[in-house]
Write a protein that binds this ligand. Structure first.
Ligand code: ZN
Length: 356
């Protein structure tokens, strides 16, 4: 079968590899119909941080690995012990593999497993290919109105859902979201699905501001507006209940977010930063403000996103800005999003079909 594999920094190739087969009773073989390109795919493509000889304990495979961890498709074959799934069922794969035995897993924080691995990053095949075989424990059946395209958005949305779950919010609480890329838009959609009515989004890209506004957010351009001052004025001078840093911009931004918070407010950080930041810890001490990190998701976050889409509280279709063929993944997906696509796209999906 065809698969996009990482061979080195900025060296991803469309390779012909062995089609995976079901070898265990609990395994499911899925024909991939849609797979999203994630910011971490861009980072893996640019830096190829894992040497080919390294074998992640979750998979025991050396590289080069197939890329793509946001995927949905149709069941083609299920092992003998699999119940509740039939050939043809539309499913999403939860790519995070936790060992279930480390101290962190035993505390229930499987998203932070000490041996955490991802299908599509550390081995086990990946979404930018034709088929994947995974344990049924990682397979979620998708009810109406899911399509393969929206199914491949469950994974990034589960990350956003877990992020929003980090803070207690009432529907009236004003909330600030900094950055309207895929994570930020996901946070906005999850906030909306959970009843939050007032969201202020700060984002320099006009396209992304437009999308956020479409989902009912008030939007500002941080290059033209003082973030902290505007957020405080917008929240009747009380400050926002929570701020979500989905940009990882570094510099002054974190300080502005902290100043925008009301006393006791939460700053949640799902973004990874590539630059150092300076904060004034007195802002935390004097006003009881809190900074929390959030990483990945658990099974229940996948379930919550699927329920929200099924009952109409969450429609992520508008996140999809282009659809490309597997053969075009490098040029129209990875290279494009590292260049001009950064400002013109939110979510690029790779499909089994043709580009559009
Ligand atoms: Zn663990």
């Amino acid at each position: 079968m065809k698969a996009i594999r990482i061979h080195g920094p900025r060296d991803a190739r469309l390779d012909e590899i062995e089609e995976p087969v079901v070898t265990g009773d609990d395994q499911v073989k899925i024909r991939i119909e849609s797979a999203g390109v994630c910011g971490s795919d861009l980072w893996l493509y640019e830096t190829a941080p894992v040497p080919d000889h390294y074998r992640h304990p979750a998979f025991g495979e050396s590289g080069p690995h197939v890329l793509g961890h946001e995927m949905a498709g149709r069941v083609v074959l299920a092992g003998r012990a699999v119940t509740g799934l039939a050939a043809g069922d539309l499913v999403a794969v939860r790519p995070l593999v936790a060992d279930g035995t480390c101290a962190t897993c035993r505390r229930g924080e499987t998203n932070l497993c000490e041996q955490r691995g991802f299908v599509g990053i550390n081995g086990g095949g990946g979404g930018f290919s034709e088929y994947v075989v995974v344990p049924v424990e990682q397979v979620h059946r998708l009810p109406a109105p899911f399509t393969a395209a929206t199914g491949s958005l469950v994974e990034p949305l589960a990350t956003s859902w877990h992020t929003v779950d980090a803070v207690p919010l009432t529907p009236e609480d004003p909330v600030l979201v900094v950055g309207a890329g895929p994570i930020g838009i996901g946070v906005l959609l999850c906030l909306r699905a959970r009843g939050t009515t007032r969201v202020l989004v700060s984002e320099p890209s006009a396209l992304r501001r437009g999308l956020a506004a479409r989902w009912g957010a008030e939007v500002i351009d941080p290059r033209e507006t003082d973030l902290a001052r505007h957020a405080r004025a917008w929240s009747e001078r009380r400050g926002v209940a929570a701020a979500f840093d989905c940009a990882g911009a570094g510099g002054e931004v974190i300080g502005s977010e902290l100043r925008a918070l009301r006393p006791g407010g939460h700053l949640v950080v799902p973004a990874e930063f590539h630059a150092r930041v300076e904060i004034d810890p007195t802002e935390l001490a004097r006003h009881g403000k809190r900074i929390l990190g959030s990483s990945a998701y658990r099974r229940e976050d996948f379930d919550a996103v699927i329920r929200a889409v099924a009952d109409g509280r969450l429609d992520p279709t508008g996140m999809i800005t282009s659809t490309i063929a597997l053969e075009d993944t490098v040029a129209a997906g990875l290279e494009h999003l590292l260049g001009a696509g950064r400002d013109t796209d939110i979510k690029v999906l790779v499909t089994a079909g043709t580009s559009s």
